[in-house]
Design a protein around this ligand. Structure first.
Ligand SMILES: Cc1cc2nc3c(=O)[nH]c(=O)nc-3n(C[C@H](O)[C@H](O)[C@H](O)COP(=O)(O)OP(=O)(O)OC[C@H]3O[C@@H](n4cnc5c(N)ncnc54)[C@H](O)[C@@H]3O)c2cc1C
Length: 292
């Protein structure tokens, strides 16, 4: 294993302390579980002189419901999401995504904030959070702001955060009881694998009609994406197998994947159609109150 270059590790206990360190230290970067950051640093792809560890900051951890919203602290681990009754019951697609990530060891260390701020187009928690209309709460010493989650992603491995800013929470409106959700992931193996393509769907019915639908995909564009045009096309129409097929085919046309070591662009494009079809079918089954 390649050694890490010399650096200083800072372990603040409060959010204010962490924000001050990020503002004042030269060449500083936050670290949570380190499951993305440390391998990148070992490869020499990133040089950092100061790491600011977020794991001792109580205010960045936990999952709770308040005033019609579900909050998740950025330093909440994927294992905590997996064990959360709120997430399992109210956001099952996010639960499925968190549960699918890496191994138990990775989920014990890896955090939701790290998964999002690493800004991989394949990040598994991103598509379900996008379909939940999640927002990102961001803090710095000078300013606190909230942005829609999709605005956090600026490109592959690139966020819109300034180097001295921290993601503090992601939050989303508590979904109504009658919503159907689904997360679908395709990897090179069944488990312990990065997504070649992932997809999530959120569906609310009014009788037989699609009242609201949201679809998001990962690993098929420079960032995780919502397919707004396809959602618009489906809203207000009667839910049928034909409508699902039309939506899946439209997604196939809209995505812009790349070739890489793990899969070709054409395979990813074809699989986006398959995963959207599966996600919409499962969400539809669940929205009708049937076990999917
Ligand atoms: C073997 C293995 C398997 C994996 N499998 C999967 C998988 O199946 N699916 C998947 O999506 N990912 C996978 N990953 C990637 C990784 O484990 C996850 O993305 C994890 O959630 C990262 O969280 P972390 O806390 O370890 O992030 P870190 O490595 O600590 O940080 C990642 C990035 O986010 C920044 N950051 C962290 N927290 C904040 C914050 N609050 N505010 C601002 N910036 C922040 C860091 O500066 C860094 O740039 C895998 C990794 C490994 C090593």
């Amino acid at each position: 294993m390649k050694p890490l270059p010399a650096l200083s590790l800072h372990r603040p206990r409060t959010l204010n302390e962490a924000l001050k360190l990020l503002k004042e230290l030269e060449d500083a970067k936050p670290i949570a579980g380190g499951t993305d950051l440390i391998p990148t640093m070992r490869e020499g792809a990133l040089r950092v002189r100061n790491l600011v560890d977020l794991t001792m900051i109580e205010a960045l951890r936990g999952i709770w419901e308040k005033a019609g919203e579900i909050y998740i602290g950025a330093a909440t681990t994927l294992s905590q999401l997996e064990r959360s009754k709120i997430i399992a019951e109210r956001a099952p697609a996010l639960w499925a995504a968190a549960t699918s990530i890496g191994s138990v060891q990775i989920r014990n260390l890896g955090t939701i904030g790290g998964n999002l701020c690493n800004a991989s187009p394949a990040a598994d928690t991103a598509p379900p959070l996008l379909t939940l209309n999640a927002v990102a709460d961001i803090a710095s010493e000078d300013e606190w702001r909230t942005i829609p989650l999709h605005s956090l992603f600026a490109g592959p491995k690139l966020t819109s955060l300034k180097p001295w800013e921290l993601l503090t929470h992601v939050r989303f409106p508590t979904p109504p009881e009658n919503v159907g959700m689904s997360f679908q992931k395709l990897g090179r193996r069944k488990g312990h694998t990065i997504s070649l393509v992932n997809a999530s769907a959120y569906l609310e019915l009014e009788g037989l009609t699609c009242r609201d639908v949201r679809i998001a995909l990962g690993s098929v564009a420079p960032t995780p994406i919502r397919v707004w045009e396809v959602e618009e096309m489906m809203r207000g129409r009667r839910m049928t197998e034909e409508l699902i097929e039309e939506a899946a085919s439209n997604c196939y046309k809209l995505v812009s994947p790349i070739d890489d070591l793990r899969a070709s662009a054409s395979y990813r494009r074809e699989m986006s159609r398959v995963l959207v079809r599966r996600a919409l079918r499962e969400a539809w089954t669940r929205a009708r109150g049937e076990v999917g």
